[in-house]
Design a protein around this ligand. Structure first.
Ligand SMILES: Cc1cc2nc3c(=O)[nH]c(=O)nc-3n(C[C@H](O)[C@H](O)[C@H](O)COP(=O)(O)OP(=O)(O)OC[C@H]3O[C@@H](n4cnc5c(N)ncnc54)[C@H](O)[C@@H]3O)c2cc1C
Length: 401
C-alpha cells in the first residue's frame, strides 16, 4: 500500500536504489578531496565516473531515451535530483547539473538544427560544458531588463560588446548563451534582448576571473566567472529562438530549473540533517550524555525534520502541477518554493554547523562548502524578496473586489 501521497513510483524507486548505490560506492568517498582540492586535477577521475554512469544506464536522467537519457519527466526527475543533491558532485557526474541542464532544455526547444548538432549533442553526451551569461555587474540582476550588453547586426554577423558576471561554470566551458540587447529602441522592455550562442574560443571573449566566493574562487565547474565580450563576432545563425525573445526564453528556462534546484537543496538538507543527528549521538558532553540528550539540539532536529518534510511536499506538488498543467499555472507555487526552500536550506545547514561546533566551520566536512556556496540560493533565480512580492501581490489581488 502507498505510504505517502508522493511516494516514488516503482520505476523511480528502482532507479533511486541504483543511484544511491553509485553515490555510496563512487562519489561520497572522493567528494571532499574534489571540492576542497583541485577540481581540474580530478577531471580524469570524474570523466571515468561519467563513463561508468553511462555504462550503468544512469547518465542524463532528464533527457529522452533517443537523446541518450532515461526519459524521466519533470516530476520523476525531481526525486532523482533530491538524491543527487546529497553530494556537490551528484548532478555533475550524471550530466544533469546547472547551468547545463537549463541550456539543454532551452536549446532542445528553441535552437536551430545546426546549433543542436554542433553544440547541444556534445553537451548532452557530456563531452563539453556550457554557461549562461545574463547578469551584469553594473545593473540590478533582479530586474534584468536593464542590460548594457549589445549585439549589433553587421551583415551575417552579430558584434557583441558587454561585461557580465556570475556566469557560473564559465571556466572550462565550451560555449555560453549570452543575453544581449538587439533592439534598444523597442518600447516593450521585455522585447529588447535576445539569446545568442557564443563559442568560448572566440577571440572577442575573455574570462576575466573566477570570482572569489567568501574566500574561494574555485575552478572549472565549481566557479563563477566574470567575463567580457569585446567586438565578439558570431554568425546571426547563432541566435536562439527569435530576435527579441530573450526574456520569454529566460522564463521558459527558469520554471523547471527551480524544481531542479529546490529538490537539490532538499537533498543537501537531508544529508546535513543526517550529519547533525550522527554527530549529536556520537559527541558526548560527559560520558553517557551525548549532545542528542539536550533539548535545544532535539528542537533543531525536530524543526529541521518538519521544514524538510514541508519543503519536499511543496516542491513535489509544484512539480506535479507543472508536469500536468504547465509552468504558467504554477507561477505562484514556483515563487513559493523558491523562497521557502532556500530559507530552509540556510536553517538546516546552520543548525548542522552549530551541532558540529568548531568542526562545523572547518573544511573537514561538507558543511562549510555548503555554507559558503549555497548562501547564493537566496539570491540567484530571482532573490527571495522578488518571489515574495509576486506571491503576495497575487494573494492581495484575490481579496480585492
Ligand atoms: C551563486 C550564484 C550563481 C549565479 N549564476 C548566474 C549565472 O550562471 N548566470 C547569470 O547570468 N547570473 C547568475 N547569477 C546572478 C543572479 O542571477 C543575480 O545575482 C540575481 O538576479 C540578483 O541580481 P543582483 O545580484 O544584481 O542583485 P540586485 O538586483 O542588486 O538585488 C540586491 C538585493 O536587493 C533586494 N531586492 C531586489 N529586488 C527587490 C524587490 N523587487 N523587492 C525587494 N527587495 C529586492 C534583494 O534582497 C536582492 O538580493 C548568479 C548568482 C549567484 C549568487
Amino acid at each position: 500500500m502507498q505510504t505517502s501521497v508522493f511516494e516514488a513510483s516503482p520505476k523511480v524507486a528502482e532507479l533511486l536504489q541504483r543511484y544511491e548505490h553509485f553515490l555510496k560506492e563512487h562519489i561520497f568517498p572522493i567528494e571532499l578531496e574534489v571540492i576542497y582540492g583541485s577540481f581540474k586535477a580530478f577531471l580524469p577521475k570524474l570523466n571515468e565516473l561519467r563513463n561508468l554512469a553511462k555504462k550503468e544506464g544512469l547518465f542524463a536522467p532528464h533527457l529522452s531515451t533517443s537523446e541518450g537519457g532515461l526519459g524521466l519527466d519533470l516530476f520523476e526527475f525531481a526525486y532523482i535530483s533530491e538524491l543527487l543533491g546529497r553530494s556537490p558532485l551528484g548532478h555533475y557526474i550524471f550530466n544533469c547539473q546547472a547551468p547545463d541542464i537549463g541550456n539543454m532544455e532551452l536549446m532542445h526547444q528553441f535552437a536551430s538544427e545546426e546549433l543542436k548538432n554542433k553544440y547541444l549533442k556534445p553537451l548532452q553526451e557530456g563531452k563539453i560544458r556550457s554557461c549562461f551569461a545574463m547578469t551584469e555587474p553594473q545593473h540590478a540582476g533582479s530586474n534584468p531588463v536593464h542590460l548594457s550588453t549589445r549585439a549589433v547586426k553587421e551583415g551575417d554577423h552579430y558584434i557583441i560588446n558587454g561585461h557580465k558576471w556570475f556566469t557560473s561554470s564559465a571556466d572550462g566551458a565550451s560555449f555560453t548563451i549570452v543575453m544581449a540587447v538587439t533592439d534598444p529602441e523597442n518600447e516593450n522592455p521585455y522585447q529588447k534582448a535576445s539569446m545568442i550562442l557564443v563559442p568560448l574560443d572566440n577571440p572577442g571573449y575573455q574570462l576575466l576571473r573566477n570570482i572569489p566566493i567568501m574566500g574561494d574562487a574555485g575552478e572549472d565547474y565549481i566557479s563563477h566567472g566574470e567575463v567580457k565580450f569585446t567586438d565578439c563576432k558570431v554568425p546571426v545563425t547563432n541566435l536562439i529562438g527569435r530576435e527579441g525573445a530573450g526574456f520569454a526564453l529566460a522564463q521558459e528556462r527558469l520554471g523547471p530549473g527551480r524544481i531542479h534546484h529546490c529538490m537539490r537543496w532538499i537533498g543537501i538538507c537531508e544529508r546535513a540533517m543526517e550529519m547533525m543527528c550522527r554527530r549529536a549521538i556520537e559527541r558526548e558532553l560527559d560520558p553517557g550524555r551525548p549532545l542528542a540528550s539536550q533539548q535545544t539540539i532535539q528542537n533543531w532536529i525536530a524543526e529541521s525534520y518538519a521544514e524538510i518534510k514541508a519543503s519536499r511536499l511543496m516542491v513535489l506538488d509544484t512539480a506535479f502541477k507543472i508536469q500536468h498543467h504547465g509552468a504558467k499555472a504554477a507561477k505562484e507555487d514556483i515563487s513559493t518554493i523558491k523562497f521557502y526552500v532556500s530559507k530552509v536550506l540556510m536553517n538546516v545547514i546552520d543548525r548542522a554547523i552549530q551541532v558540529h561546533g568548531a568542526l562545523g566551520i572547518t573544511d573537514d566536512t561538507m558543511l562549510s562548502f555548503w555554507y559558503r556556496h549555497e548562501r547564493g540560493a537566496r539570491i540567484y533565480d530571482g532573490p527571495d524578496e522578488v518571489h515574495k512580492s509576486v506571491l503576495a501581490r497575487k494573494i492581495i489581488k484575490s481579496y480585492q473586489v
